[in-house]
Design a protein around this ligand. Sequence first.
Ligand code: FES
Length: 120
Amino acid sequence: MPEIFVAKAGDITDGDRRIVRTPKGEIGVFNHKGAFHAYANNCVHSGGPACEGILVNKVVDIIADDKTYQGQTFSDVMHFVCPWHGYEFDIETGICAGNSKLKIKKFETVVRGGDLYLVA
Ligand code: FES
């Protein structure tokens, strides 16, 4: 598999991203808590630029011991949100929050000599 230079790894800080044009289409590369995650910038819903959307923590229900609903809060799981229709994807897996059968194509990354590459 060919490797495509993305950037100096240190130039993409936690919470930052780059969109890279490749022969396989645009790929979004995120730095999340010091780890790089790369996905096709092509939403599985209708082809929107999913990797260009906002980052937001997953919303979870608060359920008490007696099983009553107590409201909602944010979890530690980070999502990126497709700007076209709001589908949310786990930044570490690419799995859609609303339908676990939907997953954005993931690509490998490698850091060598301080440089970040996509394997695509
Ligand atoms: S194209 Fe991404 S949510 Fe519809």
